[in-house]
Design a protein around this ligand. Structure first.
Ligand code: FAD
Length: 341
């Protein structure tokens, strides 16, 4: 059944620039919903370099990608933005009254007056393992992310990879599956050491299997796998499997954004430098995804763009309301939300 959601602003992309936009929009009393194809906030900071230090966020001599994400989440919490993860916007349609109707691939429809595209380098798309015929099983028994844990309950699951996603899902799914085999090409992992230790404990207790090797072939029919053939250190093996989760990393692609009829410049969206509005009034673009003379792909540039965009968005959502510019220290609304007034 389609879920219908009405809001002031839909922000596509919960990277650092999108997240900060929720603060600037919240200050102006605008309610926002986030859509992100990933399963967590933080965009590149959380996905590509959670532990790398960043040195050019004003006021923080050093902060890691994950700390910045956590701080932004804490900063926007008083405005209670809503997050819809593991989703992609498929279509955006402008309505006769100037508002927008957005449809996601998770059967939701958003009705909103303003759209903010904060999609960074585009959507992170999973890298497909080099296995002949794997496409025939995708989204039926081969998945590149876990959207609903229940789809894995009671299943024979094979997870392939050695990063955080592979290890996190090994630990999270183990209690509900019938069997779980983790496969990685070597016994050295990129994932957090605590997760690796926990996984090794589960192997020691006989609750999961771990094999060093690579997927060679899939058996099954009508989209349903029944065996995964592996080339392992111990020779060729065939593991019974009803679900396969390969975590081979992500690549960035502009994706459906390219088809929304916006003026583009070399895979980025052209905006003005006053409001950061695109060629379609009411659709804004901030952060790495936009393009204007002198653009710097830095987090702090996206923060600035978010502040100016929010002022323009307010005029669209509440055209008759007079907005008085205020510092955060004199915003009584903010003080109340923070519980300090
Ligand atoms: C290794 C590395 C180091 C860096 N170091 C620094 C640094 O020190 N200082 C600095 O300022 N910058 C640094 N950067 C750049 C910085 O990370 C980016 O400028 C910043 O992440 C841009 O933020 P953003 O919110 O615009 O986009 P992103 O962080 O890219 O987030 C975009 C979000 O949009 C989502 N998305 C995309 N398309 C869709 C769609 N169609 N539907 C739903 N969701 C979608 C993505 O999943 C993602 O979560 C670094 C980048 C890298 C790779």
């Amino acid at each position: 059944m389609t879920t219908e959601i009405t809001t002031d602003v839909v922000v596509i992309g919960a990277g650092p620039c999108g997240l900060f936009a929720a603060f600037e929009l919240g200050l102006l009393d605008l309610k926002c919903h986030f859509i992100d194809i990933l399963d967590r906030p933080g965009g590149q900071c959380a996905e590509l370099y959670p532990e790398k230090p960043i040195y050019d966020i004003p006021g923080f001599p050093v902060v890691t990608g994950q700390q910045l994400t956590d701080n932004l989440m804490a900063q926007i919490a008083p405005f209670a933005p809503e997050f819809h993860f593991n989703r992609m916007i498929n279509t955006i349609e402008k309505q006769a009254d100037g508002s927008f109707k957005l449809a996601t691939d998770a059967d939701e429809v958003f009705h909103t007056k303003v759209v903010v595209i904060a999609a960074g380098g585009g959507s992170f798309q999973p890298k497909r393992p080099p296995v002949d015929g794997i496409e025939a099983f995708e989204n039926k028994s081969v998945f590149y992310s876990v959207r609903k844990m229940d789809d894995f309950r009671g299943q024979d699951v094979v997870i392939v990879g050695g990063g955080d996603s592979a290890l996190d899902w090994t630990l999270n799914l183990q209690p509900i599956v019938r069997s779980l085999t983790l496969v990685h090409r070597r016994a050295v992992f990129k994932a957090a050491p605590a997760s690796v230790n926990k996984m090794q404990e589960l192997v020691g207790e006989g609750k999961i299997n771990f094999l060093t090797g690579q997927i060679a072939k899939l058996d099954g029919e009508n989209g349903q796998i029944n065996h995964v053939h592996l080339t392992t250190d111990a020779g060729d093996l065939s593991v019974p499997a009803t679900r396969l989760l390969p975590f081979f990393g992500l690549t960035m692609k502009l994706g459906p954004v390219a088809d929304w009829g916006l003026e583009l410049n070399d895979n980025t969206i052209v905006v003005d430098t006053e409001k950061f509005e695109t060629s379609v009034p009411g659709i804004f673009a901030i952060g790495d995804i936009n393009s204007y003379p002198g653009k710097l792909k830095l987090i702090l540039s996206g923060f600035h763009e978010a502040a100016l965009m929010a002022q323009a968005a307010k005029k669209i959502v509440s055209p008759d309301e007079r907005v008085v510019f205020q510092y955060t220290t004199s915003s009584t609304k903010l003080q109340k939300k923070l519980g300090v007034a």
